[in-house]
Design a protein around this ligand. Structure first.
Ligand SMILES: Nc1nc2c(ncn2[C@@H]2O[C@H](COP(=O)(O)OP(=O)(O)OP(=O)(O)O)[C@@H](O)[C@H]2O)c(=O)[nH]1
Ligand SMILES: [Mg+2]
Length: 319
């Protein structure tokens, strides 16, 4: 038996093993998951969640690590969640990340966790947001969420963040790749990393053009800044922090932060409900009620839409 309230209390005191245990309960969809989430609920909402996305090798982990250093300097507690939506394994692509973050491994003010989100339990789309809740309740002031890979899942995870950072690097045809993947539009802050290489200015210009950043905006609208960095040497990182703080202040002033968090909560409920429904429907193969509906469809007595309505109603009423 897991003593959830005790575990949560220890996590709040900053004990890394308690935080790790809680995230494992979440990730494994343990029977205690509901009690964990219920216990955490009143303790969340204090953390600022920053998502970092971009093509493989662009420098997300290096930038994340440098941001951790910057936030630690001003005494913030930092959580790092590296999410790999394409892999059923924790580790793998994320192993390199651990190496790059190793300088923070012994810092009790930093909590680092990798998470694979594919492979079981309906894609675990719901798991990353719940892991963020654990870090939030554990008292992290800032949570940095790095997503490996490019694609829809990345956009999905970015939507869990208060502020999304999109990273590019010169000479990778990156702008076009990112545009194709649909991640170009989601940035609140853009980082052109590896500015020590040729072409950083050109990449920044191209980005500026593609996003129409030079065009005029309505007063009060957010104009996403483009920051050039050499994350490997920590250059430009203070400017990234400054851009993040500006975006956060802008969101707080205009009520955008509250609206984003409402939308996020709504999506969380939706994802959990859909996952639950899907798993109940999956449990139905060979079910008599479903078989009977199928027979009625084949016989022309009902249509698949009416049958689906009946099925869903039956499932939710039986809850
Ligand atoms: N020249 C140069 N190399 C950098 C810079 N930042 C990171 N790198 C190198 O780029 C490589 C990839 O960096 P990572 O931080 O692992 O990139 P990532 O985006 O996290 O990679 P994945 O997690 O595999 O998608 C590493 O070898 C880094 O040392 C930089 O500013 N300049
Ligand atoms: Mg990485």
């Amino acid at each position: 038996m897991v003593d959830v309230p005790q575990l949560v209390e220890q996590a709040r005191q900053g004990r890394p093993r308690a935080v790790a245990r809680l995230i494992s309960l979440v990730e494994g969809a343990a029977p205690e998951l509901r009690e964990v989430m219920a216990t955490l609920a009143p303790l969340t909402g204090g953390a600022y969640v920053v998502g970092l996305t971009g093509s493989p090798g662009v420098g997300k982990s290096t930038t994340t690590s440098a941001l951790v250093t910057a936030y630690r300097k001003v005494g913030k507690r930092v959580g790092v969640l590296a999410v790999d939506p394409s892999s059923p394994f924790s580790g793998g692509a994320l192993l390199g990340d651990r190496v790059r973050m190793s300088e923070h491994a012994s810092d009790p003010g930093v909590y680092i966790r990798s998470m694979a989100t594919r492979g079981h339990l309906g894609g675990l789309a719901w798991a990353a947001p719940q892991a963020i809740r654990v870090l939030d309740a554990a008292g992290c002031d800032v949570i940095l969420v790095e997503t490996v890979g490019v694609g829809q899942s990345e956009v999905e995870i970015a939507s869990q963040a208060d502020t999304s950072v999109v990273l590019l690097a010169p000479g990778m045809g990156d702008g076009i790749q990112a545009a194709k993947a649909g991640i170009l539009e989601i940035g609140d802050v853009y980082v052109v990393n590896k500015a020590d290489r040729d072409g950083a200015d050109a990449t920044a210009r191209e980005l500026n053009h593609m996003l129409g950043l030079g065009e005029s905006r309505a007063p009060g609208d957010w104009r996403p800044p483009i920051v050039k960095t050499v994350a490997a040497r920590g250059e430009g990182i203070d400017e990234v922090v400054e851009a993040l703080e500006k975006h956060r202040a802008w969101m707080e002033e205009g009520g955008v932060l509250a609206r984003r968090r409402l939308a996020r909560a709504a999506r969380e409920v939706e994802t959990i409900a859909v996952t639950a429904l899907r798993s109940r429907i999956g449990d139905l193969s060979g079910d008599r009620h479903l078989d009977a509906l199928a027979e009625r469809i084949v016989a022309g007595d009902t249509d698949p839409y009416r049958a689906a309505d009946e099925l869903v109603e039956g499932l939710t009423n039986g809850a």
